[in-house]
Ligand binder design. Structure first.
Ligand code: NAG
Ligand code: NAG
Ligand code: NAG
Ligand code: NAG
Ligand code: NAG
Length: 492
């Protein structure tokens, strides 16, 4: 479906069905199981399992086979400047606590203020826009909504502003059917709001609305920033009490279709902090450090992995060499893995998920729910693309092998506790879910398989793994944007 097809729709109708239209459009725009991929990670119930892990995936979905087409990629600092930065001068970094967890929230979030109004946003290194619901969103819950008209510093970016990128109206993303006659920018004209349109498509969920500028405060730092005001409700949302998303990736991934300087770029410039941030995610909550590295949060060395696309990076995409299960080399690859705090689990492109499934189902059938010969049902941990939950005894869990993801110079080890997520029953029982109590014994507890299948990931996005919170939770992770690398250190 093209923008022209949609031009005749009334804006109200268009907007209400935005997500659906988007999915239809995505499905038809690409035949690589794209639509399937979007649906795959949503909360689902497999018949033999009692519930699925609430797995969110906020890696920004480019939905174009050629990411370079998005916008001219720009470098912000000269290479020389980058190398002169004092990486070990921690004097100016700021820490802020994160809320949230992997289960049941499916993510971590931070408190901030926009135009003096309180907001909370999921920390997402897999996208680049700060977005929050704004007044005027009829389908959003009223929690955490920003009222732009109540902020003396807030202003919607008009469609004819130079910050609303010209010639974006033909893009697949601009489906409002309203183009600025002079600049051909992508405009929003609905809900009594008029301004520069944005829409971000994530692995799960999507958000659309209008860009505005306002003063943002976070971790005691203040800057003027560009914010996406959500006017269309988002599925698979929110994370804990957070109704916003704080994209922490590069500006090249912020063009949706107009480009918005990411909040962190503005914070670095305005507050003169180092262009580095780091995260430490704990079982409950965590810490975000803006502008440097907190030496008290890790022990030993930090191992840095260069980003595969260097200064042209959209996301934090590192080189993966392979995957080991126990001591067996299962996968050998030269593809990328995206470090994404906005995704709950470890995500594999189907070709690797299949390899993993094949290995488990040929070598590990003595563990219940791995192969489909269990008496209770034919569902396995791989059914429905992963994410399903079953009852296991501690001794069954101990039989699962260590999975090792080999990066260029560092190995990430996932123990059974990392990918067979223990889920307190009280957390996962939502409403009156159908829990097969008969499969439960006094010594068993609920665990969810936290490795998910994402069909078409590599063919459309150019990387084949997403390292989400269940992976990052074990490390102190440094996002070094000065020299385009991601560092992993052991938590102290
Ligand atoms: C979207 O709408 C649903 C149902 O109307 C509501 O429960 C949910 O909280 C809304 N999401 C947001 C982000 O407001
Ligand atoms: C943008 O449009 C408004 C309202 O139509 C007008 O007042 C303003 O001068 C325009 N600005 C530019 C830069 O064209
Ligand atoms: C980036 O900087 C860190 C810290 O100084 C260093 O250890 C690492 O090797 C650098 N990485 C690259 C890709 O230059
Ligand atoms: C499933 O069947 C295989 C082969 O018959 C057997 O070795 C394994 O123990 C069975 N698994 C379970 C959980 O019963
Ligand atoms: C769900 O459980 C509650 C009690 O916990 C009960 O009142 C309600 O009728 C149940 N709803 C359904 C659809 O079974």
């Amino acid at each position: 479906m093209t923008a022209e097809n949609l031009a005749g729709f009334r804006p109200y109708v268009l907007f209400c069905s935005f997500l659906l239209l988007c999915l239809v459009e995505l499905g038809s725009a690409n035949s690589n199981g794209l639509k399937d991929g979007l649906l795959r990670l949503e909360v689902k119930r497999a018949s033999g399992s009692f519930e699925a892990l609430v797995a969110k995936d906020r890696h920004r979905w480019s939905f174009r086979s050629n990411p370079a087409r998005w916008s001219p990629l720009k470098e912000y600092r000269k290479a020389l400047e980058r190398q002169e930065i004092q990486l070990h001068d921690n004097a100016r970094y700021k820490s802020v606590s994160l809320g949230g967890n992997v289960v049941p929230d499916g993510g971590y979030y931070v408190d901030l203020e926009i135009g003096g109004q309180k907001a909370a946003a999921q920390i997402d290194t897999g996208s680049s826009n700060l977005i929050v619901p704004v007044s005027g969103c009829s389908s959003c819950s009223s929690e955490g909504m920003i009222d732009i008209s109540h902020s003396s510093s807030g202003a919607i970016i008009p469609c004819n502003s130079s910050s609303c990128n010209s010639n974006t109206c033909d893009s697949e993303l601009c489906i409002t059917g309203s183009c600025s006659s002079s600049s051909k920018a992508c405009c929003l004209q609905t809900h009594g709001v008029s301004g520069c349109f944005f829409a971000v498509i994530y692995g799960t969920g999507a958000a659309a609305g209008v860009y505005f500028t306002d003063t943002v405060q976070i971790a005691g730092l203040t800057t003027k920033a560009t914010v996406g005001g959500i006017l269309t409700n988002v599925s698979d949302y929110p994370v804990g009490p957070a109704t916003g998303v704080l994209g922490m990736a590069f500006k090249a991934a912020s063009c949706n279709p107009s480009c918005a300087t990411p909040l962190f770029d503005d914070l670095v410039k305005t507050n003169n902090i180092d262009n580095i941030f780091s995260i430490s995610l704990r079982n409950e909550g965590g810490t975000l450090i803006l502008g440097g590295i907190d030496n008290s949060l890790y022990s030993g060395d930090i191992h840095y992995e260069p980003l595969r696309h260097g200064a042209n990076s959209l996301l934090y995409d590192v080189q993966c060499k392979g995957v080991k299960v126990g001591t067996s080399d299962l996968i050998s690859t030269s593809s990328g893995a995206v470090v994404d705090s906005g995704t709950t689990t470890l995500v594999f492109d189907s070709k690797y998920f299949k390899d993993l499934k094949k290995y488990f189902q040929s070598k590990l059938c003595d563990i219940p729910n791995v192969c489909s010969n269990s008496s209770a049902s034919s569902e396995t941990i791989f059914s429905g693309g992963g994410g399903a939950c079953f009852f296991f005894s501690p001794s069954d869990i101990a039989k699962f092998p260590t999975i090792t993801i080999e990066l260029s110079s560092f190995q990430i080890n996932l123990e059974p506790k990392d990918y067979m997520l223990h889920v307190p029953l009280s957390d996962i029982e939502s409403g009156n879910s159908t829990i097969p109590e008969k499969s439960r014994t006094s010594s068993s507890d609920a665990y969810c398989f936290a490795i998910l299948d994402f069909p078409g990931l590599e063919s459309s996005e150019g990387y084949s793994m997403i390292l989400g919170d269940t992976v990052l939770k074990n490390y102190y992770v440094v996002f070094n944007r000065e020299n385009y690398s991601v560092g992993f250190g052991n938590l102290s």
